[in-house]
Design a protein around this ligand. Structure first.
Ligand code: ASP
Ligand code: MG
Length: 418
């Protein structure tokens, strides 16, 4: 029997009517001849409520009990979905993570998959069940306790099942109808993409396009699971939504496929540091230890001389999420106090945003950066930091120009045109 994985997010199972609507979509796939593994999230808002109950009960909570509480939201959705399917005459049964079992590490709150043995569910399908409804976001530790995978983890559960069971596709039903060239709230010219390559999706996901959990895309890329993002609120068929797939499956691709942004960026500059071997290690070592996620790094040319001596000096700039600035600053001040680095000044700029263009076509096309910088120049937007990878160019700019920059780049790369 061909097998599909269908995942329904929180808004798609938000109440009994929506569960019925989702179940109807499952029933249709069963009628088309598929065995289906359904992965469900908790009803929308439920996980937040459970997390807050834990935090109100215990400030320094035991992570094992956090997982015991927080995993329960998915159990409710799974049982209700199985019941609704049974009411529709579809042979269905629900499973919690430990019953499958979904074996994970014991990192409570952010566990990782270890294995998903197939034998139990395979036997159930052989017995005649058409649908296995599995609670997303949860697993079982080697110690035999319930774990959770980190917020948004049901996407990753779905991809893991698709990989383990060799599913034809993994359909992610959500409240948007696909992946867009950019955020439609920033420009109405944003266009839904029919297809996008894993690597592009990964860049877009980690750059702030919140459609899929980043880990789920990583996993899909590793196991070549074809992922489809589509709306549970619309009538859908096999051509709906956006297919996230191997780049070989994308016939014609533009040089740039999408424009992503991230509002919560900060830029930190260490002014006049020694330019010597080991200085970058002396800066970024302590930042890593402090848990700061450094993103872009720029080191200036060596020009000035420190304290009038002949030793060379430079400036070092890096970016990190706004909420890590205090930690980053403290790590630098501590390093200076310990004598491992010296700087004349530490300048923090929290009014920046990152805007990026992403596309696998960049690998084989020159001039993308020049076009990007031209478009920003035409809007009089100053670029503060530039970072590049093989399929992405990012700039840090003043946050107040973020929307304008996204619109300008969307236009110059003609993303509104199919
Ligand atoms: N319910 C979990 C969360 O809200 C997992 C998920 O929905 O993906 O983070
Ligand atoms: Mg989600």
């Amino acid at each position: 029997m061909p097998l599909l994985v269908m995942k329904f997010g929180g808004t798609s199972v938000a109440d009994l009517a929506r569960i019925e609507n989702a179940a109807e979509k499952v029933r249709r796939e069963v009628e088309r001849g598929y065995d289906v593994i359904v992965i469900v999230s908790a009803m929308s808002g439920k996980t937040n409520e459970l997390v807050s109950w834990v935090e109100q009960t215990s400030k320094l909570y035991d992570a094992r009990e956090y997982d015991a509480v927080v995993a329960s939201g998915e159990n409710i959705s799974a049982g209700l979905m199985a019941l609704r399917l049974q009411e529709m005459g579809v042979p269905a049964r629900s499973w919690q993570g430990w019953q499958v079992p979904i074996n994970t590490t014991s990192a409570h709150g952010s566990a990782r998959f270890v294995s998903i043995p197939r034998d139990h569910l395979d036997a159930k399908f052989a017995e005649g069940f058409k649908v296995a409804v599995v609670a997303g976001f949860q697993g079982l530790s080697p110690e035999g306790r319930v774990t959770t995978l980190g917020r948004g983890g049901s996407d990753t559960t779905a991809v893991a099942f698709a990989a383990a069971f060799g599913a034809e596709r993994c359909d992610i039903y959500t409240d948007v109808d696909g992946v867009y060239t950019t955020d439609p709230r920033i420009t109405e010219k944003a266009r839904k993409l029919d297809r996008i390559a894993f690597e592009e999706m990964l860049e877009l996901a980690s750059l702030g396009a919140k459609v899929l959990q980043t880990r789920s895309v990583e996993l899909a890329m590793r196991y070549k699971v074809r992922l489809r993002v589509l709306s549970s609120f619309e009538d859908t068929d096999e051509n709906s939504g956006t297919l996230v797939c191997d780049e070989e499956e994308i016939m014609e691709s533009k040089v740039v496929s999408g424009v992503a942004y991230s509002r919560d960026e900060a830029k930190i500059t260490l002014v006049t540091i020694e330019d010597r071997p080991g200085i970058a290690a002396a800066i970024f070592g302590p930042l890593a230890e402090a848990g700061v996620n450094v993103d872009m790094i720029v080191q200036n040319v060596s020009e000035k001389h420190m304290d009038g001596s002949t030793r060379a000096a430079t400036d070092m700039t890096f970016s990190c999420p706004t909420n890590q600035v205090a930690r980053a600053k403290k790590a630098m001040e501590d390093a200076a106090a310990a004598g491992s680095i010296r700087y004349a000044d530490l300048i923090v700029d929290t009014d920046v945003a990152k805007v990026s263009v992403v596309g696998i076509g960049m690998r084989s096309h020159a001039g993308v950066a020049a076009r990007m910088f031209d478009a920003l120049a035409a809007e009089n937007i100053n670029i503060k930091v530039i970072g590049t990878s093989e399929i992405k160019i990012s700039v840090l700019i003043d946050r107040k120009y973020m929307e304008l920059a996204v619109q300008a780049l969307h236009g110059v790369f003609e993303l509104d045109k199919a």
